[in-house]
Write a protein that binds this ligand. Structure first.
Ligand code: TMP
Length: 201
């Protein structure tokens, strides 16, 4: 499962809360993130976030290199071992940030994501939706990627909502203005519904 949303939306808190809850229930789970879920990825994350100037295409290829490595070294083997993977940002962030917000062709990004992810898609993606103004106030560390204009973040928010509309069976949109406890409970309920639906089918 993956967690998406604006910077400052609380997705990392929800992902780690859910991972602990699953562990408590005896369900093996791995919490990971993009960029930065592998040794190579940590180097890529520093390059991306530390203010090195680069073109949007260079940035795109760094995100994809991070994802390709993460998928083959961590996510795929972990899923094969029967462990639930909770990934804080994944392929949808590329479609939304590099596509909807930076203007790179969205179909091209979808195709590149298929290569980087080995065609594996999350069973469920939680979108933590919140208004841009509140998200900006909540952004504590303004790194290079976290210091864009308000219109950039408006495009990001609209992009996530459009993607969620486009594939409603995978996306679960949560109101990120709720408290962390409420969000955790809502996500657990959604997972329980999914589990029941699968058990019935
Ligand atoms: P984080 O704040 O969730 O750690 O993400 C780091 C930044 O990277 C965030 O501003 C979103 C951005 N990002 C992209 O632009 N494209 C991507 O594919 C990913 C995974 C993140």
């Amino acid at each position: 499962m993956t967690f998406e949303g604006l910077d400052g939306s609380g997705k990392s808190t929800l992902a780690s809360g859910l991972a602990s809850e699953l562990e408590k229930r005896g369900i093996p789970a791995l919490l990971t993130r993009e960029p930065g879920g592998t040794t190579l990825g940590q180097g890529i994350r520093s390059l991306l976030l530390d203010g090195v100037e680069m073109t949007p295409i260079s940035e795109l290829f760094l995100f994809l290199a991070d994802r390709s490595e993460h998928m083959s070294q961590v996510i795929q083997p972990t899923l094969n071992a029967g462990v639930v993977v909770l990934c804080d940002r994944h392929a949808d962030s590329t479609v939304v940030y590099q596509g909807y917000a930076r203007g790179i062709d969205i179909q091209l990004l979808r195709d590149l994501n298929v290569i980087a992810t080995l065609g594996v898609k999350p069973d469920v993606t939680f979108l933590l939706d919140m208004d841009v103004e509140t998200a900006l106030k909540r952004q504590l560390d303004a790194n290079r990627l976290g210091s864009q204009t308000e219109s950039f973040y408006q495009a990001v928010r609209a992009g996530f909502l459009a993607e969620a509309d486009h594939e409603p069976e995978r996306w679960r949109t949560l109101d990120a203005s709720r408290s962390p406890e409420e969000l955790l409970n809502q996500a657990l309920e959604q997972l329980e519904h999914l589990r029941q639906r699968r058990a019935e089918s």
